[in-house]
Design a protein. Sequence first.
Length: 373
Amino acid sequence: MQKVYLDNAATTPIRQEVIDEMVNVMQSDFGNPSSTHSVGRSAKAVIETSRKTIAKYLHCNAQEIIFTSSATEATNWILRSALKDFGIKRIVTSKVEHHATLYTIQALQEEFGIEVAFIKTLSDGNLNYNELGDLLSSESKTIVSLLHVNNETGVVHDIERIGVMCHQNKALFHCDTVQSIGKTELDLQQLPIDFLVASAHKFHGPKGIGFAFVRKNLVLQPMFFGGEQEKGWRAGTESVHQIAGMAKALQLSYDNLNAEREYIANLKNYCFEQISDAFPSTKQNGTNTFYNILNVLLPFSSEKTVMILFNLDMKGIAVSRGSACQSGSIKPSHVLAEMLSDEDLIKPSLRISFSHYNTKSEIDYLVKVLKEI
């Protein structure tokens, strides 16, 4: 049976060069980076070289990069610390954020009684920026938490505009860039972002490793206590091989960005054309979408909705109806619930997400199987 992986917004296959890099580090640089002998110093050098590599591609200071286990961990730490360390009384966000943000904010609201304000999401998935301006006019000390690229629809938010609005109103800006890091240029010297989070497995790196960007002069409290790793902010012996793998993956992503971006964008366009030809009433959920994520509303009966992923999986095709964190649920996507009518919400929508490993023949096979369904 043919295997077709079209769920790259959930996770990406690791590049072979990244695997080779991690194996080499595990074999050669196995020391504890906190040890003062040469074996420990060698491992520490791998970490700091990796930090500098990441900082180079994001145009920031290496000391502004903090290694974490994931973007989820980083978001939890940053938002909690912002409340405790900066006197934040209010969080502005949207209802189409990743659950890593939404559930963190919900827990903080229950624990600290803070105010939470939601920016309206328009039917095309974009944010109402005028409303954001109104929300930022409050005198309450505020942090804005918004993602760059929506993980379900691929809608791209104008983070430069958001950042400028935040800073004009003395608000902090936390940005989830999980879907965009490694896939588009980000210049943190120019972008007015205070906190940024990312995970390596979204750009062909290993799982279990990510990082936070914390703007210089913003001092957070430790997320863990113990050792002095990561400026004392995240105690615990560092996973040297994962850090090295993440840096290698980011380097390769940016070194190959232009060619891979053009290839993937053409693949996405081809996919939508083929599905639309086969099912003329197909609609794309969202406008101004990122080049590797396609979310389509299929003109199938609602009875097909529950079993469509199962039927595709039986034919060897991996796609999703929403984020991987909720794909096992029969509930409608919380993102699409903000955008679609009740009538369209019960119809099957698919998130098809691409990488440079995908081919047009795989798209043809997907369309063939959809016709059979």
